[in-house]
Design a protein around this ligand. Structure first.
Ligand code: PLP
Length: 409
């Protein structure tokens, strides 16, 4: 297994992007970089992906929670450049399907650096994992155990327990996680089937706003560790899942605060020989992406009160990156690229480019009057955006992407 000590210079490796090179930008403000691209490309939306920011997040993780080995959840943003950057630092990966596993293996990552962290899997995908040597996988119900007994009896199984996700933006406990009072029966069944459970996993929900959710999930995990001993299991693996904030300034809790609270708890409840991992997704990528969109059409409307309001049409919408409005309960903040000294503000609605009226990025927000050809930009667009984008209506699912490397401070 590659260790995180391999590359401690905190620089983006040179071979992460095949088609475009990574431009070193130091501490140049993103607005300056956007201006340069606008000058070159007068209309198309584009992304800046700052791999330096991804590395900075890795550095922050290792400084604050070194005991928990990060396994990046690629569902959050399967960018090959991000994957290769993280892989070069020894970060491992959480995959949820056959093709996610394929992608990670295709990046030259060894199968023992992957956890197949989907508690409900298709048999063919389990077979694939087995054929490729991916041993570690989660489960949370009896039928999954029966499937594993049939298809992959030697798998290293991790029991995902239910959590209190009431403090999280995206909740998972209605779909995944064994209720605590069912865990004993599952462990007994696994024992009868001769299966190898190695530990416990949980997910407090994505965008978690409470340190207490992590603390109670960790405490419950320790209880199940103990209970499993009654069945002859000596667990040595704990998976803290995702839920870590993407941007400390925008979140109710900061990463360092969660880390500071759980570090002593982990050390108290789990001896050193227990391997602890986590599956951060949003944490690594949210801040890395900045999206610039062009106002390609505009409609002025009379409010009926002697005032005007405006509809703007931009070239990325809810079928592309802004699917995060629905799937990630996000409200990306539109920033006017060159506001100048305009002080009058008008009620403004921003639509994406498709023919669907649901394709609305922001409704009735206050903006200066924009002209066709002006630009808006959105920060923190790396998590759950391009991952689920579609080419609906013939519009590009992902805008042109420029990779940059800012200084890792
Ligand atoms: N692990 C699992 C099993 C998940 O389902 C998810 C997100 O859906 C993650 C990790 C990543 O979560 P986050 O982006 O909150 O870190």
């Amino acid at each position: 297994e590659t260790t995180e000590t391999e590359t401690m210079s905190y620089q983006v490796p040179k071979d992460v992007v095949s088609k475009w090179s990574v431009e070193y930008v130091g501490s140049t403000p993103i607005e300056e970089l956007i201006q340069k691209k606008i000058d070159e490309s007068p209309e198309d939306a584009f992304y800046f992906v700052d791999l330096g920011r991804v590395v900075a997040k890795y550095k922050q993780w290792m400084e604050n929670l070194p005991r928990a080995k990060p396994y990046y959840a690629i569902k959050c943003n399967p960018s090959t450049a991000v994957i290769k950057t993280l892989a070069s630092f020894g970060v491992n990966f959480d995959c949820a399907s056959q093709s996610e596993i394929q992608q990670i293996l295709g990046c030259g990552v060894a199968p023992n650096r992957i956890i197949y962290a989907n508690p409900c899997k298709m048999k063919s995908h389990i077979r694939y994992a087995k054929s490729m040597g991916v041993e570690m996988m989660t489960f949370d119900n009896k039928d999954e155990l029966l499937k594993c007994a049939e298809v992959y009896p030697n798998a290293k199984l991790v029991l995902r327990i239910i959590t209190d996700d009431s403090q999280s933006v995206c909740k998972f406990s209605t779909k995944f996680g064994a209720p605590l009072d069912v865990c004993e029966e599952l462990i007994a069944t696994a024992k009868d089937l001769g299966l190898n459970i190695v530990g416990i996993s949980f997910h407090v929900g994505s965008g978690c706003m409470s340190v207490a959710s992590f603390e109670s999930a960790i405490t419950n995990s320790a209880r199940i560790f103990k209970m499993a001993e009654n069945y002859g299991y000596k667990f040595n693996f704990l998976d803290l899942g995702g839920g870590w904030p993407g941007n400390d300034n925008e979140s109710a809790i900061a990463f360092n605060d969660i880390a500071a609270a759980i570090r002593p708890l982990l050390d108290r409840l789990f001896p050193e020989d227990v391997k602890i991992i986590a599956e951060p997704g949003r944490y690594f990528v949210a801040e890395s992406h900045t999206l610039a969109v062009n106002v390609f059409a505009k409609r002025a409307m009379d409010t009926g009160y002697g005032d005007r309001k405006f509809l703007y049409y931009v070239n990325d919408g809810v079928y592309q990156s802004f699917n995060c409005i629905f799937f990630d309960h996000n409200s990306p903040k539109a920033l006017v690229f060159a506001p100048g000294d305009r002080t009058d503000l008008y009620r403004s609605t921003i639509f994406g480019p498709t023919c669907d009226s649901m394709d609305c990025i922001a409704k009735d927000i206050l903006l200066p009057e924009l002209e066709v050809g002006e630009w808006l930009y959105f920060k923190d667009m790396g998590a759950y955006t391009v991952a689920a984008a579609s080419p609906f209506n013939g519009f590009q699912s992902c805008p042109t992407t420029y990779y940059i490397e800012s200084d890792v401070l």
